[in-house]
Ligand binder design. Sequence first.
Ligand code: GLA
Length: 392
Amino acid sequence: MLQINPDLSDLVTDAAAGLTGRLQTKATITAAAPGRVNLIGEHIDYCDGFVMPFAIDRYIVIAGCANGTTNARITSAISEEIATLDLTQPQEISEPKWANYLRGVIRGFQDRGHHIPGFDAYILSSIPGGAGLSSSAALECATATFLEGLLDTVLDTKEKALLCQKAEHDFAHVPCGIMDQFASAFGKPNRLVLIDCQTGEPELVPFENPDLTVLISNTMVHHELSDGGYAARRKHTEDGLAVLGKASWRDVSAADVQGNWEKLGDPVNRRSRHVVGEISRTISAAAALARNDFETLGPLMAASHDSLRDDFEVSCKELDIMVEIARKIGRNGGVIGTRMTGGGFGGSTVTLCESRKASEIAAALGAEYEKATRIKPQIFASRPSQGAHLVG
Ligand code: GLA
């Protein structure tokens, strides 16, 4: 039941072949950027909170080369379509839609005064789309890294991540926080990317215990609500902070929320309770993980899920079912903690478990979930991996 993660080197070979097959040219620049999974700290990256994601060993690879023209020709393994971009102009939102992520990143470079020469590119991904694993952030970071190769320049990693976040805001109209692009840009093997979203500083925290395995369970559902739902949640948190009269969520206590419950009104009061609780849970979880205190970590992940389900209302039936199955397997069955991960409204759960029981747990999750929903999930293990980089 456990899926095998495709090797990055195989993806690179396949992307080069794709480029030659589709655009009859040879790859001289290849960039790779990973997706991410978040262990805890959900929907608080835009609230000055802490988040604890890592870059997964699933990548978007862009293989390409300069083409001597003033146009970009971009295509992908997903569709035969070739997007042609006029690079003499500042990039704007256009058709096809999937190319907007690339346009947004190119625009970020153009705004910094870079002249982008014509290029050909082919995109290949091993990150399941719509699974809450940040394939869009990976596409942005892979594009930025590809452009670094093309221009023979290197951006500061934080600047690169922020440029990619702006592309997501302006060209995909998702008012996301900084977690996904930071995880994809800063990720390192055996390291979590613990981000203080108030200072915007990531800390690479060791995560190398071979006895621990992180399982990602893709429910294979993605509810339409997601587009407006994310922006609406972000707005609720902004409204909450305004009612509380504070400059930052870091200055708000649980007692502040409780004391202003009626004034905040529903649902802003529950959204606020989530933010304050999740910030405190993430700080505690980072400390618990550092001392291998799994008996503390598990309940924190459980409380995070419950809060996302009941107070923040970004879970869904399928995510709850997957989490319940893992909870039933429980500590005795090798499950340390489990919760939904990412923006929600579908997507994936993350389950921290004992490595020796990981295959058994994955099999049970797969079978029980399919029995309950008639949907075949996708379940794979992931280890913290190298962030965006040029290959070769
Ligand atoms: C999406 C956003 C992130 C973050 C998560 C929820 O992945 O892109 O910035 O807000 O949702 O934690």
